[in-house]
Design a protein around this ligand. Structure first.
Ligand code: 4AD
Ligand code: MG
Length: 479
């Protein structure tokens, strides 16, 4: 058996009392031909492994380069030096994998996030990225824990689908037909009957429609999976492939939906604060350091930890779209024409600068915006009594803008059919979705949380490409 080791995280919480242990990991630095800073990915903190002078071959010491993989066995003693409470006095050091210092792309110094994005295969080996991915893991775990405790059923919805759940047409096609010489119909269009699935298919933009089918039998379900959008958005908040959590609940109205979303967001943030404190403290420092480069008015008003604690300890601000338009119209920011996209009045779609104004300047807390004009929202949202708004909700977070989009769903068959027709959604193809309204229809609601935007919010990372291991964005799909 090879894996007889203790993880550094577990060792660091023990008392140093001459226990003999074996650790394995990657060398971060090797100082004074004596002190190895070893990291095994279990914690942000390195373990100091001491190779006492004269005890080891010169040949071996030369191979203790940055990122070399080693195994060390020795006794754990209180540290003489500053900066750590314990160290491992090595008796045996084995090199498991050499790392050529001349060729290793990362130096033991600070690299820019942009540079590290190009070295995404190695960036896990930096403190920043190791912390981000541990926090990402914790959030994913907390999400499953939250819904499990509430009695939701985890539903895996398909990745390949024939429907456009958002009706926005931003889909990647899935086909095995040749690009050239594809079989054609008489009218010149491509004959998808000849394709793998016998019809045109694409990568899913959302699992919602299938989740609705599950919820109207199982009661409460959630999905947590990859979704794909072929929108040409080159921003710090958009990915072409991102993960989404979509709970869907029978017997819920819009208010129930908002209550659940708020409780959910607070729960997972609290869980990360309780279980990833070392990583979050590290990331908080990183953000504070980074912001020192910025002019005063561009810096965050709160530190990362303070911000997260504020969010879990305060109610989200709830207001209607109509109220938001009033606030924006009457804002000094608008009067001084400081918005890039002017406020044109009721009916306009909100841009991220408007959302961020509401959250960061006006309310200074997360906001749940409800009841948007029907014309700017998806076909499945429930039409309100006024006949012009729908029971939609977006949750807007400080520094981010939209992190959640959701709604109460249209459960009335006739109203839904009318809306689909008006919005050119092919009702014949969606017979299965409509059947839910034909057989025991009930009020139901749900929402989608963009997982990477949540990870960004919790880690304080400015660019979404830094919170997913291998980002997919327009013109970029390396690794
Ligand atoms: O607002 P969206 O498009 O809503 C839906 O897809 C609904 N079917 C959800 C539901 O009601 N079940 O997307 C939901 C969230 C957004 O609020 C945002 O956080 C995230 O998904 N999102 C993206 N994240 C990263 N990159 C993109 N291109 C994203 N598009 C949406
Ligand atoms: Mg949305």
């Amino acid at each position: 058996m090879f894996n007889k080791r203790i993880k550094i995280k577990e060792l660091l919480v023990q008392e140093p009392q001459n226990q003999v242990v074996t650790v394995m990991g990657w060398v971060r630095t090797f100082r004074n031909n004596q002190f190895i800073a070893l990291n095994d990915g279990s914690a942000n903190t390195n373990l100091q492994v001491v190779a006492e002078l004269g005890k080891f071959d010169e040949e071996l010491l030369k191979r203790l380069t940055t990122s070399a993989a080693i195994r060390a066995t020795g006794v754990v003693v209180p540290s003489q030096g500053k900066g750590q409470i314990m160290e491992l006095k090595a008796d045996v050091i084995d090199i498991l994998g050499d790392s050529d210092a001349e060729k290793y792309p990362l130096q033991p110094k600070k690299h820019s996030l942009e540079f590290l994005r190009e070295k995404a295969h190695l960036r896990f080996r930096t403190n920043t990225f190791a912390s981000i991915f541990r926090v990402r893991h914790t959030l994913a775990f907390a999400i499953n824990k939250f819904f499990n405790e509430k009695g939701f059923t985890y539903l895996h919805t398909p990745i390949i689908t024939a429907s456009d759940a958002e009706g926005a047409g931003e889909m990647f096609k899935v086909t095995t037909l040749p690009l050239e010489g594809a079989p054609k119909n008489e009218d010149g269009s491509i004959n998808f009957k000849e394709d793998f699935f016998g019809r045109a298919t694409n990568l899913t933009v959302s699992g919602q429609l299938e989740a609705e089918l599950g919820a109207t039998a199982l009661g409460e379900v959630y999905t947590f999976g990859p979704t794909f959008r072929a929108e040409n958005s080159n921003t710090a908040r958009h990915l072409a492939e991102f993960w989404m959590i979509e709970p869907e609940m029978a017997f819920y109205d819009l208010e129930d939906n908002a209550n659940l979303a708020e409780e959910f967001i607070k729960y997972i943030i609290r869980y990360a604060l309780e279980n990833n404190r070392e990583d979050l403290d590290f990331l908080a420092n990183r953000q504070a350091e980074e912001e020192k480069q910025l002019p005063q008015d561009k810096r965050s008003e709160m530190g990362l930890i303070e911000k997260l604690e504020f969010v879990i300890n305060n109610d989200f601000q709830r207001l209607t779209y109509t109220e938001a338009i009033d606030i924006l119209t009457n804002s000094n920011h608008n009067k001084k024409k400081k918005f890039q996209y002017p406020i044109t009045g009721w009916g306009m779609d909100l841009q991220s600068e408007h959302e961020r104004y509401l959250v960061e300047k006006h309310f200074k807390k997360p906001v749940i915006l409800m009841n948007y004009p029907a014309s700017i929202k998806a076909f499945y949202m429930r039409l309100n009594e006024d006949g012009k708004t729908v029971a939609a909700m977006d949750i807007l977070a400080p520094g981010m803008g939209e992190i959640v989009g959701g709604s109460q769903r249209e459960e009335r068959l006739d109203v839904l059919l009318q809306k689909m027709e008006a919005m050119h959604i092919p009702a014949e193809e969606m017979w299965w979705y409509l059947d839910i309204r034909r057989f025991g229809t009930v009020p139901h609601a749900g929402f989608g949380l963009g997982f990477e935007r949540m990870v960004q919010f919790v880690t304080g990372m400015g660019n979404i490409r830094d919170v997913i291991a291998f980002p997919r964005t327009p013109k970029y799909a390396d690794f």
